[in-house]
Design a protein around this ligand. Structure first.
Ligand code: GRF
Length: 195
């Protein structure tokens, strides 16, 4: 699930196409809440089902999440990857995919939750308040924003002469690797057999 550019989605698609993701997994669908998300075009280019699920006027978050969950459930996913999904999910959605949702956030665990995390880290570094930031992949057990059990994290230095673009690029490279590595590790675990 992705809202924006989809570079992390692309990392997953590339790893999958190269055979370096795992032979136990394939991307079954890409869903975006935004019709202009580049992620949808990337999915189409890769020959993967891509769906725009837009919020209708006056639709509340619970109603939207119910509709979203129905659509996602139709693909019977074993893993739901939030790769730049910019809407906060409600319990309505999360409870349908217990233990299956993971999220990527461009900050260290417990830091800079919410939007513009890279920019905020960079501004804090400019102000002399930090010298590093990070990336994490975590499970999404509830409505908490950028919280939840951490599956992987990595610290990333902020250099004195970094522009925001340079720092963003450094973070993206780590995100792409960490997300693919985490998915691979999760797929290596035995699948729970449900009755
Ligand atoms: C990433 O920084 C991710 O951590 C955050 O949104 C961004 C998505 O980037 N949640 P992209 O669309 O995958 O390029």
């Amino acid at each position: 699930m992705a809202s924006g550019n989809g570079s992390n989605l692309q990392a997953i698609l590339d790893a999958s196409a190269e055979g370096s993701l795992t032979d136990r997994a394939r991307v079954v669908a890409v869903v975006s809440d935004r019709s202009d998300s580049r992620a949808l075009a990337r999915a189409t280019e890769a020959g993967i089902a891509s769906l725009h699920v837009g919020a209708e006027p006056d639709q509340d978050r619970t109603e939207y999440d119910r509709r979203l969950a129905e659509i996602v459930a139709g693909f019977e996913p074993d893993l739901v990857v939030l790769a730049g999904w910019m809407r906060i999910l409600t319990t309505e959605f999360i409870s349908r995919f217990a233990d299956k949702i993971i999220n990527l956030h461009p900050a260290k665990p417990g830091e800079l939750a919410g939007t513009r995390a890279i920019e905020r880290a960079w501004q804090e570094a400019l102000a002399g308040e930090r010298t590093e930031t990070g990336v994490m992949v975590h499970r999404v057990p509830d409505e908490g924003v950028d919280t939840g059990p951490v599956l992987a994290s990595e610290t990333i230095p902020i250099e004195l002469d970094d522009t925001l673009d340079v720092l963003t690029e450094r973070i993206r490279r780590v995100e792409h690797r960490l997300l693919v590595d985490t998915i691979r590790a999760l797929c290596a675990q035995p699948k729970e057999i449900t009755a």
